[in-house]
Write a protein that binds this ligand. Structure first.
Ligand SMILES: Nc1nc2c(ncn2[C@@H]2O[C@H](COP(=O)(O)OP(=O)(O)OP(=O)(O)O)[C@@H](O)[C@H]2O)c(=O)[nH]1
Ligand SMILES: [Mg+2]
Length: 367
């Protein structure tokens, strides 16, 4: 199953423009609201420098980078939850994703229509959040009705569950996102994660070069970032024209541009990191002459879950995992030398995979 991140926001804020850059696609982006109707999907490969380091020792025929699928979703408007602006259909597309990237317009450009007439990213975020919360409220009300009906028919019901759903309902009514109601109880939490405001999210601020160019604009941008900063939500400044420009540059030129604009890394790289952070992902590597690859899994996953990420057959016929840490692999100059130095560990199904582990899965191929 691939990891999916949906781009969500008001119409005409630049979602498709950013999607095209993230996924090297060319879906239509144009200066009118609801340019996108059907969702588009595309993948973004993660540029993990550790994979290049490993590959320079292994020299494989093929390098396979880990990736996340991005979905470009149509714009939402006020009252989308009541079907306004085709909203209901679009909200349904958001339900499918694992994480949400809220795209907010910060760039100032009179020639590009803003559905509310002026640029105000915080207001726009609150409008979208409240649409998502109102949609969740409808879902939660339906769940409560179902549970109450079950109680009438069976005469008994899980009262803890009813209490949890009721708390969630009053939370949503008072403007709290569902994510605040995660309990640590797996079953209830997977219900919450299926709600739109129960999903992990981060923010992409769509900026122009102007916002990076002069000090006053940079200060304005910083103050917008700090408004979101309180809840540890990653906030990413993303400048489509700069990203476009850097796409075909060599590494040195890219670094020069980033330095010039005082950016730690490209918007694409920052977005990848944000997805990793909000979804609690770590990377493991598999190494071979034919293919050397990086894979993303949830932090805390077992060796068996990591095997399943590659192929269900490897998990089904799992024998053991041979693990070398990234540091040992590099400092001993590859698998064989690390193994000779006693740096390879044999681990079982329940081993908790660590970030950057290099894993060789042994499995029964005859089955
Ligand atoms: N000046 C400027 N224009 C931008 C920027 N990002 C996007 N645009 C323009 O804004 C318009 C809308 O961009 P889209 O990417 O189609 O917006 P969208 O959010 O996908 O819009 P819908 O699909 O209608 O919801 C296009 O004309 C883009 O060229 C930006 O950073 N600066
Ligand atoms: Mg679009």
């Amino acid at each position: 199953m691939s990891l999916e991140c949906g781009l969500v926001g008001l119409p005409n804020v630049g979602k498709s423009t950013i999607f095209n850059i993230l996924t090297k696609s060319s879906v239509q982006s144009a200066n009118y609201p609801f340019c996108t109707i059907e969702p588009h999907s595309g993948i973004t490969e993660f540029d993990d420098p550790r994979l290049s380091q490993i590959a320079s020792l292994v020299r494989p025929e093929k390098i396979r980078k880990s990736f996340v699928k991005f979905i470009d979703i149509a714009g939402l408007v006020k009252d989308s939850h009541k079907g306004e602006g085709l909203g209901n259909q679009f909200l349904h597309h958001i339900r499918e994703v694992n994480a949400i990237a809220h795209v907010l317009r910060v760039f100032d450009d009179d020639s590009i229509t803003h559905v509310f007439g002026d640029v105000n990213p915080l207001r726009d975020f609150e409008i979208i959040q409240s649409e998502l919360m109102l949609t969740d409220l409808q879902t939660v009300e339906k769940t409560l009705q179902k549970l109450q009906k079950e109680f009438r028919v069976k005469g008994s019901v899980n009262s803890d569950l009813i209490r949890q759903v009721e708390e969630l309902k009053s939370g949503l009514e008072s403007g709290k996102p569902a994510s605040l109601f995660l309990t640590g109880d797996n079953k209830f939490d997977s219900y919450v994660r299926n709600l739109l405001t129960g999903k992990p999210f981060f923010i992409i601020l769509n900026i122009s070069e102007a916002e990076l160019d002069d000090d006053a604009q940079v200060e304005k941008l910083k103050s917008i970032i700090s408004m979101f900063g309180e809840q540890e939500t990653p906030v990413i400044p993303f400048c489509p024209s700069l990203e476009e420009m850097m796409r075909n540059m060599d590494e040195d030129e890219r670094l020069r541009i980033l330095e010039e604009y005082n950016m730690p890394m490209s918007g694409v790289d920052l977005t990848c990191l944000a997805v990793m952070k909000v979804l609690d992902l770590i990377t493991f590597f598999t190494v071979g002459k034919k293919e050397t690859a990086s894979w993303l899994i949830k932090e805390g996953s077992t060796a068996l879950q990591a095997a399943a990420k590659i192929h269900s057959d490897i998990a089904k016929n799992f024998i053991k995992a041979e693990v070398i840490s990234f540091e040992d692999f590099i400092s001993y100059g590859g698998e064989q030398n690390a193994k000779n130095a006693g740096k390879m560990r044999i681990e079982g199904k329940d081993y908790i995979v660590q970030d950057a582990d290099i894993i060789h899965f042994r499995f029964n191929k005859a089955v």
